[in-house]
Design a protein around this ligand. Structure first.
Ligand code: PMP
Ligand code: GLU
Length: 397
C-alpha cells in the first residue's frame, strides 16, 4: 500500500532524528554526549508538578473547550499583557498540543497551494516541514553570521511578493540563539505594514531565555502591524515542560476561529491537567524560569570559551535560547582517514562516529555552513564534549 503525497513530501524532523540516533548509540553502550535536542535538561519546577497532581484530583480529566480551559486562556491573556504588552481577549487565544501544533494550525489555516512562506534562514526545522505539508512554496532568505543571522529590512523587502502569505521567525532564535532588538523589530514592521496580506508568525517560545538583561519585546505590540502578527509561545522551554505538550497563540480573531475549527477535527484540544498546571505556572512569579536562564547563561560562557579554542570554528555570541551555531566551512575539503568533509552533515557524522558527540547539521535549518550544538547539558558534559570536538577537528587536514 502507498502512503499519501502529503506524507511523502514531508521531511522527517532532523532534530528528533538526530536525538534518536544519539539514543540508539547510547543503547549500544557507547559513551555518547548528545547536544542534539532543544530541550532544557532541568526537571519541571516542583510547584507545577504539584499543580498537575491537584488538577487530576480536582477532576480535570475530561475534554476541555477546543481552544483551552477558559481560566487558562485568561491566564494567557494576562501573561501577554504583563510580559509582552499585547492586548488579547480570551477568544483570541488557542491552546494546542505543543507550540508545534500551534504552528501547524496556523500554516494550515492560512496558506493555499503555492502560496509563499518566507523563512529567514537559518530557521527552525519544522517551519519548513509544516509549510511543505501545507503545499506552500518555501522562500528562504539567507542571513549571515556576521550580522548575527538576522534579516535586515532591505533583505525582507527584496524577498516579499504579492504571493507571500506568511513569514515565520523566532526570537530568540532556534537554531542561532539570535535575538532581534526592539529597534530592529520596528524597522521590520515598517516593511511588513506595506504588505497588508502578509501574516507574520512571531515564535517567542524562548522568550524567558534572554541574556541581554532587557525585557523581551514582542513585534505584535507595534500598533501599525498588530493585526498582521500572530504571537506563538508555549511552556516547553521557559518552564522546562517539553513533555507536557502545551503551546498557545494570541491571534487576530478570524485566525483563532479557524484554528479552533481545525483543532476540533484534529485533537479536540490539549491535555486538561497539563493546561491547569500551565495556568498555575503562568500566574506565578517567574523566579524558576530566571534561575534556569542564569544557568544557561553560565553554560553559554563556558561553552563559547571552550569552543573558541578550536581553530577553524567561527562563532558569534548568541543572546538567547541554548544553542550555538558555529560556521564549520573552514573544514570543507579536509579529511581524516575515510572521513571527507564537504558539508555540515559530514562534520556531524564524523563527530558522532569518532568521538561520540551528537549534533545537528545546519542543512535542515536552511544553512549550508553551520552545525547546531545545544548546550542544555551539564557543565561536565560540555567540558567533555568541547574536548572531544577539538580532538576530532584538530585531526582534519
Ligand atoms: N518553536 C521553536 C523555535 C522551537 O524550538 C520548538 C521546539 N520545541 C517549538 C516551537 C515547538 O515547541 P513545543 O515543544 O511546544 O511543540
Ligand atoms: N524544538 C526542539 C529542537 O529544535 C525539539 C525537537 C523538535 O521539536 O523538533 O531540537
Amino acid at each position: 500500500m502507498n502512503t499519501s503525497d502529503l506524507i511523502n513530501r514531508v521531511p522527517a524532523s532532523a532534530t528528533i532524528s538526530m536525538a534518536q540516533k544519539a539514543r540508539d548509540y547510547k543503547a549500544k553502550g557507547l559513551d555518547v554526549i548528545s547536544l542534539t535536542l532543544g530541550e532544557p535538561d532541568f526537571d519541571t519546577p516542583e510547584f507545577i508538578k504539584t499543580a498537575a497532581k491537584k488538577a487530576l484530583d480536582d477532576g480535570f480529566t475530561k475534554y476541555t473547550p477546543i481552544s483551552g480551559l477558559v481560566s487558562f486562556r485568561e491566564a494567557i491573556v494576562n501573561k501577554f499583557k504583563r510580559d509582552n504588552n499585547l492586548d488579547f481577549t480570551a477568544d483570541q487565544i488557542v491552546v494546542s498540543t505543543g507550540a508545534k501544533q500551534t504552528l501547524a494550525n496556523i500554516v494550515l489555516c492560512t496558506t493555499n497551494k503555492d502560496d509563499e512562506v518566507l523563512l529567514p534562514a537559518p530557521y527552525w526545522v519544522s517551519y519548513e516541514g509544516i509549510a511543505i505539508m501545507a503545499g506552500a512554496k518555501v522562500v528562504k532568505v539567507k542571513t549571515e553570521i556576521d550580522n548575527d543571522f538576522k534579516i535586515s529590512p532591505e533583505e525582507l523587502s527584496a524577498n516579499l511578493t504579492e504571493k507571500t502569505r506568511l513569514m515565520i521567525f523566532s526570537s530568540p532564535c532556534n537554531p542561532t540563539g539570535s535575538l532581534y532588538s526592539k529597534e530592529e523589530l520596528y524597522a521590520l514592521a515598517e516593511v511588513i505594514k506595506e504588505y497588508p496580506n502578509l501574516l507574520v508568525i512571531s515564535d517567542e517560545i524562548y522568550e524567558h531565555i534572554n541574556f541581554t538583561g532587557e525585557k523581551h519585546f514582542s513585534i505584535g505590540s507595534i500598533q501599525s502591524v498588530k493585526d498582521q502578527i500572530v504571537t506563538v509561545n508555549g511552556m516547553a522551554k521557559g518552564f522546562a515542560m517539553t513533555g507536557w505538550r502545551i503551546g498557545y497563540m494570541g491571534a487576530p480573531l478570524w485566525l483563532a476561529k479557524a484554528c479552533n475549527k481545525l483543532q476540533g477535527q484534529f485533537t479536540s484540544g490539549a491535555n486538561a491537567a497539563a493546561q491547569k498546571a500551565s495556568e498555575i505556572a503562568l500566574n506565578a512569579p517567574l523566579d524558576e524560569s530566571y534561575k534556569m536562564r542564569d544557568s544557561f547563561l553560565k553554560r553559554r560562557g563556558l561553552f563559547l570559551e571552550l569552543l573558541g579554542k578550536i581553530d577553524g570554528l567561527k562563532l558569534n555570541v548568541p543572546e538567547g535560547a541554548f544553542y550555538v551555531f558555529p560556521d564549520v566551512s573552514a573544514f570543507f575539503g579536509k579529511s581524516f582517514n575515510e572521513y571527507k568533509i564537504t558539508c555540515p552533515t559530514d562534520i556531524v557524522n564524523y563527530l558522532l562516529d569518532t568521538v561520540y558527540v551528537a549534533t545537528v547539521g545546519g542543512e535542515s535549518f536552511g544553512d549550508d555552513n553551520c552545525v547546531r550544538l545545544s548546550y542544555a547539558a551539564s557543565e561536565e558534559q560540555l567540558i567533555d564534549a568541547a574536548g572531544r570536538i577539538k580532538e576530532a577537528l584538530d585531526k582534519l587536514v
